[in-house]
Design a protein around this ligand. Structure first.
Ligand SMILES: C[S@@+](CC[C@H](N)C(=O)[O-])C[C@H]1O[C@@H](n2cnc3c(N)ncnc32)[C@H](O)[C@@H]1O
Ligand code: SF4
Ligand code: SF4
Length: 291
């Protein structure tokens, strides 16, 4: 099985080399681009600060297996990592079939990831090896028992994400970017593209921002059809910027911009500018060497 290992960030060339040394037995995927797929908008929890605004989605939908296959057909090879999310992905009635088909649906992907609140994870313990990385979220007071039960099992691909309310949970009511400029250009979260319902968004928060602030989601997304690449890069940058001003993630616009290229030979590719003594924070994944 292909494996990617971790997510960390670095700022200088020396740090990059130190990380390369630390993970010397791994294949590193530098500056990967991820596609997150919200396979269902339904969830068994209603976290008050859900970053995906799930409790506020009025027209909740669940993707059919054929819709997911079509997403794969149209996008395979354009993204390095495929992340299955939601809503709560394990609530999908065909979660088993989807999980077992991921590798055949996306033969060119370098890694598979999922985020879950864990309520139903143990039901699927025989198939979760299909994911290289499972982010297990703990929302204090909401899923502590299930979270602790899963941790006891020591699954090698389950990575706990304890969310301390004051420290790690973004408050979706506040607007930290409202007076900033060039937010999209500086935001490293846009290395995660997202498909929700039938549309593709150039960042994993734009659908949620549309829901939270009751904005038109079609202005910052494109239909997923044969033309998606061209349409994605033709989206109006000024409109995206207006949505970024209303995003609850606090973006540092004083550092070096996180660049995004135009299409690179038909492949969606983000280039992070690295210079000496740098500046731009990059995300990278590490792919374990296949044995
Ligand atoms: C919206 S959840 C969907 C998947 C699943 N239901 C879950 O909660 O893990 C996707 C990711 O967003 C993170 N998340 C949700 N609300 C957040 C918040 N207010 N601040 C920071 N991260 C948040 C979760 O930990 C998870 O990694
Ligand atoms: S469990 Fe996840 S998707 Fe569900 S409401 Fe909480 S953060 Fe949102
Ligand atoms: S500021 Fe928010 S909406 Fe804008 S690119 Fe960053 S995460 Fe996405």
């Amino acid at each position: 099985m292909k494996k990617w290992f971790t997510e960390e960030s670095y700022t200088t060339e020396a740090e990059k080399q130190a990380l390369q040394q630390k993970y010397k037995d791994k294949d590193i995927i530098w500056n990967y681009v991820k596609l997150e797929i919200a396979i269902t908008d339904y969830c068994n929890l209603a976290c008050p600060n859900c970053s995906q605004a799930v409790p506020l989605i009025k027209n909740k939908q669940t993707m059919s297996l054929s819709h997911i296959k079509n997403i794969a057909k149209l996008t395979d090879g354009h993204f390095d990592i495929i992340k299955i999310s939601g809503g709560e992905p394990t609530m999908h009635p065909q979660f088993r079939e989807i999980t077992e088909s991921l590798h055949s649906m996306f033969p060119k992907a370098k890694g598979f990831e999922m985020a879950t609140n864990g309520f139903k994870l143990l039901e699927y313990k025989d198939i979760i090896h299909n994911f290289d990385w499972i982010c297990l979220s703990n929302y204090p007071g909401l899923n502590d028992k299930e979270y602790n039960e899963i941790l006891k099992q020591n699954f090698p691909n389950v990575y706990p994400e304890e969310k301390i309310i004051e420290r790690d949970l973004v408050d979706i009511k506040i607007l930290p970017n409202i007076d900033k400029q060039n937010i999209f250009e500086h935001c490293s979260l846009k290395y995660i593209y997202k498909v929700t319902q039938d549309r593709l968004y150039p960042c994993c928060m734009l659908f949620a921002v549309s829901v939270m602030r009751t904005l038109d989601r079609t202005k910052v997304s494109t239909k997923l059809d044969e033309e998606w690449k061209i349409n994605l890069f033709n989206l109006d940058k000024q409109t995206i910027e207006q949505y970024c001003r209303l995003c609850p993630y606090n973006i540092n616009t004083s550092s070096y911009p996180v660049m995004i290229t135009e299409l690179d030979q038909g492949k969606v590719r983000e280039i992070y500018p690295f210079h000496k003594g740098d500046i731009a924070k990059a995300n990278y994944g590490i792919k374990q060497k296949e044995t």
